[in-house]
Design a protein around this ligand. Structure first.
Ligand code: NAP
Length: 142
């Protein structure tokens, strides 16, 4: 099995480095998928909810229409499509809001801010997932 955890993940910076984003998120996965096909090994690849435009008001399914709004999302979608064209056995996981205590994820940032500041100011216009209707509320925000 080949698992690809590497990627160009600097979402904002990708607007200034589209070629590098495409190299890492489209071309590199092609090489890995081809190698997996040669070895007859399954290829596990991480993609993102950024392949969607975020306008849907319920949970996305894999059959929903993609419409990336930025270079990062476009590069990840191109990677997905290219892997499919290689023709080996593959799984693509469109994950979101991945975090750990290493690295620079949202949870690490909030923990770091909380250690320094009494009051945290955080944007409210980003929605990680929308979970059904809960007792009169339209959505549960995470
Ligand atoms: N984090 C999220 O919330 C999130 C959400 C949706 C999807 N994803 C997807 O999940 C996957 C993993 O994301 P992540 O957050 O774990 O990413 P990350 O922390 O930015 O890790 C990316 C990895 O890619 C490696 N890498 C980047 N450029 C490289 C290069 N030129 N050559 C060799 N290695 C390189 C990095 O190596 P170094 O450590 O040496 O820099 C790092 O290990 C990605 O496919 C991403 O698109 C993540």
């Amino acid at each position: 099995m080949i698992v690809n955890g590497s990627a160009y993940t600097a979402v904002d910076q990708a607007e200034k480095e589209p070629d590098l984003a495409m190299l890492l998120n489209e071309k590199v996965p092609i090489v890995m998928a081809e190698e997996a096909r040669t070895l007859k090994a399954p290829f596990i690849h991480y993609s993102t909810d950024y392949v969607f435009d975020g306008t849907k008001t319920s949970a996305y399914t894999e059959d929903d229409k993609t419409n990336p709004l930025n270079v990062y999302g476009q590069s990840k979608l191109k990677g997905e499509q290219a892997i499919g064209q290689v023709g080996g056995a593959y799984v693509i996981l469109r994950t979101s809001w991945v975090y750990s205590l290493r690295g620079n994820g949202f949870v690490s940032k909030v923990l770091s801010w909380a250690r320094k500041q009494e009051t945290l100011k955080i944007v409210t216009d980003q929605i990680g997932s929308k979970v059904g209707r809960v007792q009169g509320a339209d959505f549960t925000r995470h």
